[in-house]
Ligand binder design. Structure first.
Ligand code: NAI
Length: 335
């Protein structure tokens, strides 16, 4: 079956890692018509828009997109394209499975975590203004609706994927109203699952320490947007770094698959990026569109290359280029 899928190469290492996934999927025999769209600075140079309407229309039409990272300027410049995209398509749920990969050494060997992050509100929405010179205000908006939606998503995921426990992560001791509302919403959903899923709560700072000391005791993590962003990178560090952790943004109508990592300007255009994180995001996408058999085949090819260890990128201790690593996986999936 032929699929039409929106492809956002992004910038920085984005074009390198997206091209890698496109090549591997082609080698695996998938028939995909990629509708390529720029976003961020690359789009602005051509259209004077950072999130072109044609891109949004393409995702609305195709329902599925694979996205490379997009740079957001620090402290100035345009607002985040990633935040804008998630808001525009109401991609309210961000799902990030964090697991050890075969052959990839890290400090831990038994990590199997699922991060479920609210994706549309909280401080991360970037609603800020200057009150008077020298004083700025950042608005932390938490709604019962969005909190309940993400809690339902997490519990539904736990039920369908045979997970045992959900930990809601918060700072409601200090932000009693906002994080308090998030917790109240999680508790209400948890009450409907008292018989099948265990539910606990942890304050975000203590949760970080616990994740580093006893990650094997955690299962599904349920977080508001900003804590979800930060804890995701912490969890990536448990399994070998940002080069190996995938993600997906789900809305009611469409889904955008992208790695946890950003545009990595320090290694951009150097053929050094590890495409594994985006490839794993792409495999989540294949599951989503019903191409499970091919996803399994590609996964086996990736695992074989990682296990052998002869060809690996610099972040995993090797010296292979993105291209060489991609070639090795293509050879495996061809076989
Ligand atoms: P980053 O994730 O781009 O990089 C952090 C570190 O991890 C760097 O040392 C980088 O070289 C390394 N790294 C990341 N991905 C890698 C990969 N695939 N292979 C090998 N090494 C990898 O985070 P940073 O530097 O904080 O952000 C850079 C830019 O990316 C910022 O403008 C940020 O806003 C943007 N960003 C975009 C995201 C998205 O589009 N979804 C997500 C996160 C950040």
């Amino acid at each position: 079956m032929k699929h039409v899928i929106t492809l956002i190469p992004g910038d920085g290492i984005g074009p390198e890692v997206t091209e890698s996934v496109v090549r591997i999927f082609k080698a695996a025999g998938l028939q995909i018509d990629w509708e390529r769209h720029d976003a961020g600075v690359t789009a602005f140079d051509k259209t004077e828009e950072t999130l072109p309407i044609a891109l949004l229309d393409s995702i609305r039409r195709n329902k599925v997109a694979l996205k490379g990272p997009v740079t957001t300027p620090i402290g100035q410049g345009f607002t985040s394209v990633n935040v804008g995209l998630r808001k525009a398509l109401d991609l309210y749920a961000n799902l990030r499975p964090v697991r050890n990969l075969p052959g990839v050494t890290s400090r831990y060997t038994d990590i199997d975590l699922i991060i479920v992050r609210e994706n549309t509100e909280d401080l991360y929405a970037g609603l800020e203004h200057e009150v008077i010179p020298g004083v700025v205000e950042s608005l932390k908006i938490i709604t019962e609706r969005a909190s309940t939606n993400i809690a339902r998503f997490a519990f539904d995921y736990a039920v369908t994927h045979q997970r045992k426990k959900i930990t809601a992560i918060h700072k409601a001791n200090i932000m009693k109203l906002s994080d308090g509302l998030f917790l109240d919403s999680c508790r209400a959903v948890a009450r409907d699952h008292m018989d099948d899923i265990a539910y606990e709560e942890r304050i975000v700072d203590a949760a970080c320490m616990h994740l580093v000391m006893h990650p094997e005791t955690m299962d599904v993590l349920l977080l508001p947007n900003l804590y979800g962003d930060i804890v995701s990178d912490l969890c990536a560090g448990l399994v070998g770094g940002l080069g190996v952790v995938p993600g997906a943004n789900f809305g009611r109508d469409s889904a955008v698959f992208e790695a946890v990592h950003g545009s990595a300007p320090d290694i951009a255009l150097a053929n050094l990026a590890n495409p594994t994180a985006l490839l794993l995001s792409g495999l989540m996408m294949l599951d989503h569109i019903g191409e499970r058999e091919t996803a399994t085949k590609v996964r086996a090819g990736l695992d074989a290359v990682l296990m052998t260890g002869a060809v690996r990128t610099r972040d995993l201790g090797g010296d292979a280029t993105t291209t060489a690593f991609t070639d090795a996986i293509c050879r495996e999936v061809h076989a």
